[in-house]
Design a protein. Structure first.
Length: 372
């Protein structure tokens, strides 16, 4: 029975990993399409590895008469991945490897000497992008807004898969590991630096301003798709069928609950109230299920800024400047601790299942003995 339970846990873990891989691949695909269809044809510098490719190609293509953007992106992705391997370890690098290879390959499919997605979909003709040095401001705005928004959507989808699109995200992770600077701050500084470098290299202020608009569109997309979905909600549920609702939360949503004894202020009636913390994206699922079980239930949803503790973000003490070098070790110890706790929980569930099966077998044996 223990082996069966462990097999089920392993199968669930495999399905979760496949789901995460799918999101990372989908995010990389969307990001590659946005860069190839909108940003590259207009040479819009908005940050990220694509900006390095556009800047290098701006100088190299006139010399060799060949577009090297795709190959520059692949080279930068691989170099940054190896840097991440040295600075962040094997575990992080394995998680990032998929996107580090998938994004440049998708971009190469969308943008190469044989096929260009912007021309194939008619974007070049519709927005008159044939001459990159003579593009109307309106067309640049359209490409900047749509390209930035789609790029942000791709990055957000990859984040939802518990991964990233690689590239300069790796640099942000390294900075966050060895300093107190948050990843979003370091990411903004890196992208802003690339925009400034692009403005100097391409000598086009108008293009740089469009790049800033594209970066803002990207940030807004990430905010609405990923950040809002990754926020927490505290749910209070009062229902006569609280045990059924609680079982669903425990078994199907894999969340713990707190049951609180309450007294109605007007009726004086004693009731049970369930309190549970869930992710924003789970509110629709829980609301629908409560409606199925008890249409007369009273439910309130409250936004939570931060949730720390078991099952959510662990507590991390503030590190002084002297203790910064110990940050990586402390985080590794905490990660190992939580992994050990998860393993212990799985063993307890397996033992409980084994005990229930043994009890059921004993009852069956007793009933069989009673029969004549």
């Amino acid at each position: 029975m223990v082996r069966i339970a462990k097999h089920k846990v392993s199968k669930a873990r495999l399905l979760l990993d496949l789901k995460h891989a799918f999101f990372v691949l989908l995010g990389s695909l969307i990001l590659a399409f946005a860069d190839a269809a909108f940003l590259t044809p207009c040479k819009i510098i908005s940050g990220g590895v694509i900006s390095v490719g556009i800047i290098v190609n701006y100088y190299v293509e006139p010399l060799i008469d060949f577009d090297v953007t795709s190959y520059v992106i692949l080279g930068v992705q691989v170099i940054l991945w190896f840097i991440g391997l040295l600075a962040l370890g094997k575990r992080f690098s394995i998680q990032t490897l998929l996107a580090s290879l998938a994004y440049p390959l998708f971009f190469l499919i969308f943008h190469n000497s044989v096929f260009d997605v912007a021309e194939g979909m008619g974007i070049v003709d519709a927005l008159k992008l044939q001459d990159p040095t003579n593009i109307e401001t309106g067309s640049l705005m359209i490409c900047g807004i749509f390209g930035g928004a789609l790029a942000g959507a791709g990055v957000a989808v990859a984040y939802l898969g518990n991964g990233s699109t690689g590239g300069f995200d790796i640099v942000s992770f390294i900075i966050a590991k060895y300093s107190e600077m948050k990843q979003d701050v370091s990411g903004f500084i890196i992208d802003a630096s690339l925009v400034i470098v692009g403005m100097v290299c391409l000598r086009d202020i108008r293009m740089s301003l469009i790049g800033i608009i594209a970066a803002l569109a990207c940030a807004v997309a990430v905010q609405y798709i990923y950040v809002n979905s990754d926020t927490f909600v505290i749910v209070d549920i009062i229902s006569d069928h609280y045990s059924e609702i609680q079982d669903y939360i425990h078994k199907e949503m894999n969340h713990g609950t707190t049951v609180i004894d309450t007294i109605g202020g007007y009726s004086g009636e004693k009731r049970k109230m369930i309190r549970v913390v869930i992710y924003q994206i789970e509110t629709t699922e829980l609301r629908s299920k409560i409606g199925e079980i008890d249409k007369d239930a009273f439910v309130s949803f409250m936004q939570a800024k931060t949730i720390n503790g078991e099952g959510f973000e662990p507590f991390v003490p503030h590190l002084s400047k002297r203790s910064r070098p110990r940050a990586a070790l402390e985080r590794a110890v905490m990660a190992e601790k939580f992994a050990k706790q998860d393993a212990e929980k799985a063993d307890k569930r397996a033992s409980k299942a084994q005990a229930e099966a043994k009890k059921a077998q004993q009852e069956t044996t007793k009933e069989a003995k009673k029969e004549p």
